[in-house]
Design a protein around this ligand. Sequence first.
Ligand SMILES: [Ca+2]
Length: 256
Amino acid sequence: MPSQTNTDTREVLINQFKIKQGGVTMRRTVLTGLVIASLTIFCGFSMCISTANAALVNGGFETGNFSGWTVGGPNGGSGVALDETSIPGVVYSGFLPSRVNVRSGNYAAYGVTANTNGEYLSLSQQVNFLPGSHTVGFYMGNNQGGVFGIDQAISDQHLAIFINGVYSPFTMQYGNNNFPAGSSPSDMYEFSTQFTNAGGLALIEFRISGSGTARAGISVDDMFATNTSPVPIPGAIWILGSGLLGLLGVRRKIRE
Ligand SMILES: [Ca+2]
């Protein structure tokens, strides 16, 4: 049977060991926290850069106007309006009633155009792109009494996308000449193109029109510009990443 003194000494040693263990655990907790915090900043910062640089201003027209856009093109009128608003300037009985279709939010833009008259609505703005591949496009709707054609408008480049003034053919579009009529968000179809560049500012121009001699009221919403490929990580992020690796190294040493 151990003496009282031996028992006391053993308890002191056990308690010292526990305190030491506790200290290591605490340091590990702090380091783990730092690593997680660094990872959060690292990921957050990276995502922030990749989305912010490619964002269109007022792509969904939720300001209720054309704020951020340069509006042009020969046409019979244009505007930004709430869902189901009657589009002024459409007179052809086959298209009536002609109303705005909204894909998301409260507002969409519309243009009143007849391709045969050389008409289209032009919406353009400068976008700051990261180097790499990009997709830019829009959603188009026809909330009217009848269909309109799109093939002639596309071949005349009046239903089109231009990057820095250069025509960039659609890589995605509605696959039939007769663009269907409908009033729901799912009746808005994507028209988009892909391109690559070295990064920096690019002028994106969307042209909206329908084939034919009669003016149609065409809705557009959710214009977008996105990076579709991994983007190079800027210097500042590399420095942050190196710090993170350093922290992991310290953590391993403590384990050893
Ligand atoms: Ca909208």
